[in-house]
Design a protein around this ligand. Structure first.
Ligand code: PBG
Length: 324
């Protein structure tokens, strides 16, 4: 097919033609909406760097989950901010923890929405690392035991799926085994398989108050330069029992999403992280970019790259737009 017999512009001339040959279509079914739960009553504390997002007490989280349900969003992803942080991350796995209570209240009120819980320790440790510190570094094998205990506590509270994000070796296997032992063999795991040590998590760390007090996360999260290693990480999670695999962040790693799509046949999630959201919001506020168009183009690109599930702070905004 060569010019002039083939002219690609012919099918671009009219919107209806463009609709007919469009290869990628976003749907509300693709979206997962992250929320930040905190203790208290009627708390709705704005997160500066993430316009439209808040730390919310459980009563308000329930209302927000109801809104998500009304918009047709199939799932929310819960992060917790405990009232006190300690060395042993006890707020992560206790029965009265913020996530455990939030899950219970949401499922009581809105049983249909899928409640996914982040399983990590960084929001709960006084030092802000994703695991237990031994001799100045995060200890892998102690941490995975605590992650497993945390996952089981979420399951007991009624979570529909757990999403381990600590990037510890063997975490998916440890969680699978603990869930099975506790009788939750039907509870799926969405594994943050290829999670990079990214500066794009900056706004999230303000939101979750989880910035590390010393050092960085490079000894457990992946080097942004690596893609072969991402495939090895995903293989490990598949073997350990992941039901959904994930690449995170999304936009700077579309090549990783594409390759994961081609090499693995499990459902694939991509996390359009806080920094990706905040950059668009900031540029739009300055009048430098059309925020709504940038949102649609970004999310479409993530889906085109191969993601089946997109975790995004744009979820309610995108869902509203899709309803029009
Ligand atoms: C760890 C976790 C992080 C994010 C999700 N889970 C932060 C981190 O690894 O520092 C980041 C999400 C985002 O930036 O939107 N519990």
């Amino acid at each position: 097919m060569y010019f002039p017999s083939y002219r690609p512009r012919r099918l671009r001339k009219k919107e209806n033609f463009r609709r007919m040959v469009r290869e990628t279509k976003l749907s509300v079914d693709d979206l997962v909406y992250p929320l930040f739960a905190t203790f208290g009553k009627n708390v709705k504390k704005p997160i500066n760097s993430m316009p439209g997002h808040f730390q919310m007490s459980i009563d308000n989280i329930v209302k927000e989950a109801e809104k998500a349900q009304d918009l047709g969003i199939p799932a929310i992803l819960l992060f917790g901010i405990p009232d006190k942080k300690d060395e042993s991350a006890s707020g992560a796995f206790i029965r009265e923890g913020v996530i455990q209570q939030a899950v219970k209240k949401i499922k009581d009120k809105i049983p249909d929405i899928m409640v996914v819980t982040d399983v990590c320790l960084c929001e709960y440790t006084s030092h802000g690392h994703c695991g237990m510190i031994e001799k100045g570094d995060v200890d892998n094998d102690i941490t995975i035991e605590i992650l497993a205990e945390t996952a089981v506590s979420h399951a007991k509270a009624g979570a529909d799926m757990v999403a381990p994000s600590a990037m510890m070796d063997g975490q998916v296997g440890a969680i699978r085994e603990a869930l099975d032992e506790a009788g939750y063999e039907n509870l799926p795991i969405m594994a943050y398989s290829a999670k990079y040590a990214s500066c794009f998590y900056g706004p999230f760390r303000e939101a979750a108050e989880s910035a590390p007090k010393f050092g960085d996360r490079k000894s457990y999260q992946m080097d942004p330069a690596n893609i072969d290693e991402a495939m090895r990480e995903i293989s490990l999670d598949v073997e350990e029992g992941a039901d959904i695999i994930m690449v995170k962040p999304a936009l700077p790693y579309l090549d990783v999403i594409r390759r994961a799509r081609e090499e693995f046949d499990l459902p694939l999630a991509a996390y359009n992280v806080s920094g990706e959201f905040s950059m668009i919001k900031a540029a739009a506020k300055l009048g430098w970019i059309d925020g709504e168009k940038a949102m649609v183009e970004s999310l479409t690109s993530i889906k085109r790259a191969g993601a089946d599930i997109i975790i995004t702070y744009f979820a309610p905004e995108m869902a509203k737009l899709l309803r029009k």
